[in-house]
Design a protein around this ligand. Structure first.
Ligand code: DGT
Length: 136
């Protein structure tokens, strides 16, 4: 009998960090997957963490901020090769500390109206309408 490979899913949390009509994006490092794409800060949920705990940890590691994780706004799935990612988007309105570039190539505040022109990961491009609606 041919054994079917178990599907592999990776749960990922991402933050929509908002300041007036701008949102904070980070450019993925030049080495590694999705190099150069501008992403919503966040990352993989580790075993034993809640999604909110994972996002709180990632924002501390990546940006050096102590963030209050807001509501879950929407979720999407995407396929990279034979791996599925489940991406959960949370809103973040309050944080302590000034975001710093600790993990990304660069971070920047992007006007919500210019999100269409930014090089986003494929998973986010697909969800652009949902992202814009959640930021409205
Ligand atoms: P990877 O892809 O295995 O090289 O993992 P990392 O460590 O570069 O990436 P990590 O831990 O931030 O995982 C996030 C995964 O979700 C990664 O495969 C990229 C994907 N992704 C798609 N859109 C987004 C987004 O807007 N934000 C974040 N943080 N990840 C995203």
């Amino acid at each position: 009998m041919i054994k079917k490979k178990r599907p592999r899913w990776i749960p990922v949390v991402a933050a929509m960090i908002r300041k007036e009509n701008q949102v904070l994006l980070g450019q993925r490092p030049e080495s590694g997957s999705l190099a150069g794409a501008w992403e919503f800060p966040g990352g993989k949920i580790e075993i034993g963490e809640s999604p909110e705990e994972a996002l709180h940890r990632e924002l501390n590691e990546e940006l050096g901020i102590n963030a209050e994780i807001g509501s879950l706004k929407f979720s999407i799935t995407h396929q990279y090769g034979d791996v599925g990612i489940l991406l959960l988007f949370f809103e973040v309105h309050y944080w302590k500390g000034e975001p710093k570039t600790k993990h990304h190539n660069e971070i920047k505040w992007v006007p919500i109206s210019s999100l269409d022109d930014i090089h986003l990961p494929e998973a986010n491009k697909k969800a652009l309408d949902q992202i814009k609606a959640a930021l409205r």
